[in-house]
Design a protein around this ligand. Sequence first.
Ligand SMILES: Cc1ncc(COP(=O)(O)O)c(C=O)c1O
Length: 451
Amino acid sequence: MKSIMNRSAGKESRRDFLRTTGAIAGSLSVAQTAPAARAAKAGAVRVKERLALYGGPKTVTHPQTDTHRWPLYGEEEEKAVAELLRRPNYKPNDILEEEWKAKFTVPFARAYCNGTSALMTIFFSLSEDLPRGSEILVPSYTAWATVAPMWLFGLVPVFVDVNPRTINFDLDDAKRRLTRNTKALIPVHWFGLPCDMDQICDWANEKGLIVVEDACHAHGASLKGKFMGNWGRMAAFSFQTTKTLPAIEGGMGNYQNREDFERATAFSDYAKPISLPADSAYRKYQGSGFGPKLRMHPVSAVLARCQLRKLDAIGAVLAKNVKRLNDRILQLPGLYAQPCRPDAKRVYYADNMLLLDEKEAGMSREMCVKALQAEGVKVSAFNYTLQHKLALYTESRWHHKITIPELPGSEQVMRSTIAQPLITTDQPELVDQYAAAFEKVWAHRTELGKA
Ligand SMILES: Cc1ncc(COP(=O)(O)O)c(C=O)c1O
């Protein structure tokens, strides 16, 4: 396997890797803390034991019944839903929008039935700025929803690589793919790690490109103190069950200007234009909208309101668990996490995304995952569908001509990612056992490398 550290340049050391990505000063500091060092010492006895894969004792003995429970709903959510059932109404949608705007200091926001709908409204809002055939720079390493709705509006995705370290939008690759028809770009903050929006927006401004954010994984993340979802002209969030702010199904659109918001409103709900100011050019579409009906279900709105109140507290537990684990396991050769810039605050969505450099680790991802699973660690080799390989883009009947690109960074991420589902409650003993299991597997990596 090509080393994830050696994509284009010569061999980089682990230290170079960390320096170039800013991780030393970031939340994933490699400086071993005193408790981590003590725990590592305690685990030193265990690492010598036979691997559980080959009949040795399992490292993780702590019960894992409730470890990855998600969403974290409780009495508050039950009460709020029951209240709505007693008096069904749509008011929770309006209240949620107001609370969202206040929390994230966004001028205009609209609640939708999911993140896909939020993205559709964005493409509609842009439909008079972006003539059919306009090209949009977008990662292929993303969910269908970032890209697929473009075809409804005659927009052409130009697939951009991701950086194999951050798994985020590769600006240098985007620059190479710029043409006369490029009109916009959509970075995706992958698994809650902010893209370099300062650099991306500077370049987009210089080239006159519209920036839209897919912030479906990034509720509450920020860069330079500015929330993700406020860097682009518009942004989409998902509240689907697995997301950082789960409402079973749901989404939110952020709009920095009134015109985009009013267009999105008229597009998404035939009954909402009447709520726009008297001088709005979109009020007259009351009664018809533009076809779709995409408003949020009020049950989702009440769930989202409860979860919004707890977003920071729950996020802090997720981050604490990841930090406690990663502070130890990122010392192991060939194991990396998405590096977070010191001026960014990332959030965590679903998994602690780890990257394995097989060459440096001296074992394959397959054997590493098998050995960790046998020790009782919940991990999997993570494979994501690259959008550009799907029929919607490879068949010419659905789209203006799409160029099917070489995306080595995305392919590299596909080969190297190990996903460790987030531990969602405060369980330091379990986290320490996970760390000890990684250390044990690494202590046997020569043996695993030969398997
Ligand atoms: C990056 C990204 N964008 C958009 C979406 C679509 O959101 P939803 O499932 O709420 O429609 C998802 C959902 O998984 C996603 O991961």
